[in-house]
Design a protein around this ligand. Structure first.
Ligand SMILES: *[C@@H]1O[C@H](CO)[C@@H](O)[C@H](O)[C@H]1NC(C)=O
Ligand SMILES: *[C@@H]1O[C@H](CO)[C@@H](O)[C@H](O)[C@H]1NC(C)=O
Ligand SMILES: *[C@@H]1O[C@H](CO)[C@@H](O)[C@H](O)[C@H]1NC(C)=O
Ligand SMILES: [Zn+2]
Length: 524
């Protein structure tokens, strides 16, 4: 199989060379029957990512060991040539589906060029495996146009447009490239959202939420495809960050290969938008070796934090245009209900309230009510036991009496015996304790002792019918639990001890504050 798609789109080699196959849910949270993480067949994996030839799927020990060493090198693991635990775990990490073949040589060339002061030869080195003479895989112009062909669900046009523009700016701010959106007509680079098979060959069909997120072609085909079924977000912890995935894919459309540098955007492994700079020195050198430095000024790089705040702002400004609370589009960070039966919905740096009468207020800034709380919390619950608010994010738990942070908080979840990054938290009256869900397990926190109860965590299967990965849970008057995951909800009956109902919350549950305005939402 040729690794290079031809430049003409209808050639024989239509197979996708560059495919983001981020097996976020499928590989990372999937558990085999024995409870160990699902690990791909190492030889299949090494073939797929270009470390082993695919001629007859027969490899001798020397070939396999050498392939493992190369994989370990690119993955920054100790280079042992052995399929040890760390290596197998790395193979199960969410990653880009683009083959890593040749990335090592290209990187070596790049570094060599820095020291010798020469520009790296355009194009790729001759491969150790069958490959025709490498052609320069870059654009021969500096001014490129792009087009967003269609749009993801759950994000507004405006915020997607801004995020895509920022993703292109990341690259133009550090290189000689200039990008311009071409809303209509021909464009050099096209970004499109597709569901399932979209004529890129069966092996490149999208696979629903999780699994494959997106894929892209090297120059000069100029296409990046995104899985429409993903939960795309610009904000917060849950879902896949469209800005980061787009920025990585743009790198491929410009001709960049994978990088072995840990913080590189072009590292094969998926990265969240964190505090650090999005582009590493290696990304910058790679793009500058192809397209030169930015004209005039020095490269402009914004810290991840700044971009993060900007993306959040964009996500919330769309409210003004849709007239519907943003969370109704299916994504929120957490949900709970206070002692007055007011529902609170949290998303990014904002929250909304829905009164018992169904009146929606907000969005209001989180920090206005709970100062010192970071944006994009992961779980929140009001506890009727002590009338306090509990918030979780990352490794920490915050506790507020009304709006006042209790002394000694935030506390480390590990000190309380709790997991990091919980899916959701809620006070469960039948137990008299707080419950946290995380993946396939749940924990029980005694709010008086602030310790996990003995014999926990236990398996989530105790909660018959409850799915993994819920983003919020609350108890309604009458005692029923409502669990939320993306657009769906499940009702758990504590007497029958099982899920008794399932549906779409924005449509079916008027107390979420979404039902009245649903019709006006058809552009999203
Ligand atoms: C690119 O640089 C401009 C200033 O030259 C800045 O306003 C913009 O925020 C930068 N964008 C990114 C994504 O770094
Ligand atoms: C609940 O309602 C009472 C009055 O009915 C009010 O004083 C109190 O502040 C409300 N609590 C919250 C958390 O909004
Ligand atoms: C919460 O704060 C109020 C004062 O704002 C105080 O009266 C009350 O006792 C506090 N509650 C707890 C449980 O500490
Ligand atoms: Zn990639």
């Amino acid at each position: 199989m040729s690794r290079r798609p031809p430049d003409h789109p209808c050639g024989a080699g239509r197979e996708m060379r560059a495919a983001w196959i981020l097996t976020v849910c499928a590989l990372v949270t999937a558990q085999t029957a024995g409870g160990s993480p699902l690990i791909p067949d190492p030889e299949v994996f090494l073939e797929k990512y270009g470390y082993l030839h695919q001629d007859n799927h027969i490899h001798n020990t020397v070939e396999v060991q050498s392939a493992i060493r190369e994989f370990q090198w690119l993955s920054r693991l100790p280079v042992t040539g052995e399929l040890d635990g760390a290596t197998l775990r790395q193979m199960a990490e969410p990653r880009c589906g683009v083959s890593d073949e040749g990335s090592q040589q290209i990187w070596a060339q790049r570094v060599n060029a820095i020291f010798t002061g020469k520009r790296a030869a355009a194009g790729r080195p001759q491969s150790r495996r069958k490959r025709s003479a490498a052609q320069a895989e870059k654009w021969y112009k500096r001014h490129l146009t792009y087009q967003i062909v269609n749009w993801p669900r759950h994000l507004s046009l405006g915020s997607v447009r801004l995020a895509v523009r920022a993703a292109f700016q990341l690259w133009s701010n550090v290189s000689g490239l200039v990008f311009q959106e071409a809303p209509e007509g021909p464009a050099d680079i096209r970004l499109a959202f597709y569901e399932g098979d979209h004529n890129d060959g069966a092996s490149n069909a999208f696979d629903g939420p999780g699994g494959t997120l997106a894929h892209a072609f090297l120059p000069r085909r100029g296409e990046a495809h995104f899985d429409m079924a993903e939960r795309w977000t610009l904000n917060g912890h849950k879902g896949h960050n469209l800005f980061m995935v787009t920025a990585h894919e743009i790198g491929h459309t410009l001709g960049l290969e994978h990088s072995p540098v840990r913080n590189a955007l072009m590292s094969p492994y998926y990265r969240k938008l964190g505090r650090s700079l999005v582009l590493s020195w290696d990304d910058i050198i790679a793009v500058q070796q192809l397209y030169g430095k930015p004209s005039g000024d020095r490269p402009v790089r914004l810290p991840g934090q700044v971009l993060h705040a900007t993306l959040q702002e964009w996500e919330t400004t769309e409210l003004k245009t849709t007239g519907q609370p943003l969370y109704c589009q299916g994504i929120f960070d957490a949900i709970t209900m206070d002692q007055n039966d007011t529902v609170l919905v949290f998303r990014g740096s904002m929250y909304w309230t829905v009164s018992a009468e169904g009146r929606v207020s907000g969005p209001l800034p989180l920090r206005q009510r709970w100062s010192d709380l970071p944006p994009a919390i992961e779980a929140a619950t009001f506890s009727p036991l002590d009338s306090k608010w509990y918030f979780f994010k990352g490794k920490r738990m915050w506790r507020y009496n009304d709006s006042v942070l209790d002394p000694g908080f935030p506390r480390k979840s590990s000190d309380l015996g709790l997991p990091r990054h919980p899916d959701c938290a809620f006070f469960y009256t039948p137990l008299g304790h707080m419950v946290l869900f995380k993946g396939s397990r749940y924990s029980v926190l005694n709010l008086k002792t602030l310790r996990q109860e003995p014999y926990y965590p236990r398996r989530l299967t105790d909660w018959t019918g409850v799915p993994q990965g819920t983003n919020g849970v609350l108890t309604r008057p009458g005692g029923r639990l409502y669990l939320f995951r993306e657009q769906r909800f499940w009702t758990f009956d504590p007497v029958k001890v099982r899920v008794t109902r399932e549906g779409q919350w924005a449509k079916d549950l008027s107390w979420t504050g979404c039902r009245n305005t649903l019709q006006s939402n058809n552009i999203l």
